[in-house]
Design a protein around this ligand. Sequence first.
Ligand code: FES
Ligand code: FE2
Length: 417
Amino acid sequence: MLCGRTHIMSREKLLEMNRSLIQHGEAGTMDLADQVAKIPVEAYTDITLFEREKERIFKRLPLMVAPSCELPEPGDYKAMDIAGVPLLLTRKRDGSVGAFLNMCSHRGNPVVSGTGNASRFTCGYHGWTFKNDGDLVGVASPKDFGAVDKAELCLKKFPVLESAGLIWATLDVDSTLSIEDYLCGYDDLLAAFGFEDWILFDKRELPGPNWKTAYDGYLDFYHLPVLHANTFGSDFFNRANYFAWGPHQRLANPSKFAQRTGSDEMLDLTEIPEDDWPIDALVQGVWTIFPHISIASFYGGGGRGAMISQLFPGETVGESVTTQFYVMEREPETEEQRKGAQEQFDFLKIVVRDEDYSTGKRQHDALMSGQMGHVLFGRNEGGGQVFHQWADKLVNASDDELKDIFAAENAVAQAAE
Ligand code: FES
Ligand SMILES: [Fe+2]
C-alpha cells in the first residue's frame, strides 16, 4: 500500500497530467517533439547491436518480470529464461519475493521449471535441495560427496524489488544499480492502479518481430485508426501526449473525455469536480516501463482489467516473445462477466498478433533488405523518439555511467515532486 504522502502526491501528479490533457484537447493541440527524427535501420537489423542490447539492456537493467498477482501465495514460484539467463522467482514464507539464478550450485542444472507452489526445490540431476529463499539445505549422499560450505552454495540472488504490485529483477548478481533509482518515482504513479490487490485472470505468449519494432507499436497512437481500423475502428483518436520519468513513458489522448468504468460511456471530465475524477480516468492511456513493458486498461465483461504486455528479445534479431498478462481488479463473479473478460483478452490477441506483430514482421523483413538507410519518427511520435534515444544511450553507457545516469534522473524526479 502507498503511504499517505506519496498517495496524495501521486494523485496530484495524475491530476496535473489530466489537466494538461484536457487543455490540449480543448485547444485542439498536442505536445510535439522538436523535429522529425531519423533512426538508422541498423537499430532494428544489426545482429551485433542486437547481441549488445541483450547484454547491456536486458542483462543489466531492472526488468519487470512478473505482476505480483502471478505469485500471490507463499511458496508460489515461476521459472523464466530471459535472454538466456535462467531466473527463478519465489514468494517466500515472509511474503517477500526472491529472485535467483536458477542454477544448482552443484553443476548448474536449473533446479525447477515452469510455475507452481513449493517451499523447496530438489535438483533433478543429483538431488541437491534448496529452500525457496535460496538456502542449500540438502546435499545428496553428503558423506560420499565430501565437505562443502552450504552457506556459500545457496542459489545466487539477483537484486529484486516489489513495488506497485509489480516485481522487478536485475539479471546480474553483481549489479549495484539501484532499482528505485532506475524507476525515477514512476512506480509511485503506477501504484494508482492498485495492482497489489488485483488478480491474474489469464496469460499467454505471442511470438513477434524484432523487440524494438514490436515495442514501437506500444508507444504509438498514430497507427491506431489505420492499422486497427477493422478492430478498434477507424475513428480512433490518433494523438498522444507523452509524460516521461527517465526512460519510462505514459501516453494518453489529449482530450477531456475519459471512459466510465465498465461501460462504453464517455465522461466529460470538465463537467466533474476534480475531486470526483475516477482513478481509472486518471490512469487512462498506455503506461510503458522501459525497456519492454506496456500496460493498458480494458473493461471486458464490465470488470476493470488491464493488459500487461511483457516483451523479450527472441532467438534472432527478427524475433521477440511477448507474454500478455490479463489482470483484473476483481475476480469475475458471474459466468457472463468471466466470458466478457475472456472475450476482451482474446480480442487483444487478435489485434496484437494479426495486426501489430504481423505488420511488424513484414516491416522487419523489408528493413532487412538493406535498401533503406533510416526510418522516420514524426513530431507527433515523440514517445518512439525518446525510446530510441534511451536505448542508444544505455547500450553505450559503462556500468558506472549507468548508475550516474539513473541517480541523476531520480534526483530530477524527486525535485519535481
Ligand atoms: S546439478 Fe544439481 S544436484 Fe547436481
Ligand atoms: Fe497497435
